[in-house]
Design a protein around this ligand. Sequence first.
Ligand SMILES: [Zn+2]
Ligand SMILES: [Zn+2]
Ligand SMILES: [Zn+2]
Ligand SMILES: [Zn+2]
Ligand SMILES: [Zn+2]
Length: 382
Amino acid sequence: MPLTFSAIKNSACRSLYLTAPAAAALVTLTVNAHADAPSVVTSIKPIHSIASAVMEGVGTPYVLVDGASSPHGYALKPSQAFLLQGADVVFWVGPELAPSLKKPIETMAKNAVTVELIDASGIHQLDIREGASFDAHDHDHDDGHSGEEHAHDHAEEEDDHDHAGGEHDHEEGEHEHAGHEHDDDDSHADAHDHSGHDHDAEHQHAAHEAVDPHIWLNPENGIEIAKIMADTLAKQDPANAEIYKKNAAAFSKRIASLDQDISAELAPFADKKFIVFHDAYHHFEHHYEIEASGSVTVSPEALASADRIQEIQGKIRDLGVSCVFQEPQFDAKLVSVVLEGSSARSGTLDPLGTDLENGPDLYPQLLKGLSSSLKDCLGGAS
Ligand SMILES: [Zn+2]
Ligand SMILES: [Zn+2]
Ligand SMILES: [Zn+2]
Ligand SMILES: [Zn+2]
Ligand SMILES: [Zn+2]
């Protein structure tokens, strides 16, 4: 191919005029060059980042919910329809995160292989926490649940769970979260109950509305997502299969090393109390065993009621909360109202990497950013 291409280019330079067959060949080559990489559409910036890492050297994925938008209540722009219509592969978290994307993806990306990551094999699930206080959420991490001990065996599930066939069809027993085992000495096995996310034969999404969709904030899930993407893309684009797998392996190594750094960075703050803006960070908190005491809003689109604000203010006093975190996607005023008359500090946590440039580095920077925001605010540096 490259030989033919340069031959045509040279002859074009010599004569300035292309013969009709040569011009046709040139057009074909140009189209082929683009057709090499599958057209991949992703839902949010962190998922786009992981796909970018996996596709490095082959192509660049698209992102739907970009900039400062929140996926909760996102409205697809009419100009984005063509992205879905031309998509070969769609990677999105699922309707639990962005309900408004469900219909456009189903109706417009008809020819695409669609992977709903929240349901994919090997992804850690957590239930949504309820109320201004997360007290009901009970964890027993006492007998030493360290990062190393938290090993999971996903190998069995992966073989049975094939997303690349173009249909996302869970048959009974095929997609069993109960098969996701924690080590014997993993004391949080009880609290980390995957059985709530079992899929029945009809795969009713209403049945698992209570699943926390911010799955990418657990770095183990980030690594798993990269593997799922590499497997899916390898089947769609066998010519580049080796590149996808090599990229996913490199990504996995990078994130695993960052994971250790973050564990070390956050370890001193395990007993500090903080309040998040919305219940977006449980996957991160749970993994690093640094759990929030509550959230300012019940749902990010809804305004917090006066009662809720009072409840949170009481919590800040009673628990000795050191930090209340706002989010760049939402108005910071609410957090300053909550903080009135208290000595708690305010910080910013961003679950999406709003201010970060899209690309392979966004995801690790996002995790690192969450860790340093927590450290700075809980440690009193901000
Ligand atoms: Zn599902
Ligand atoms: Zn698990
Ligand atoms: Zn959220
Ligand atoms: Zn937890
Ligand atoms: Zn766990």
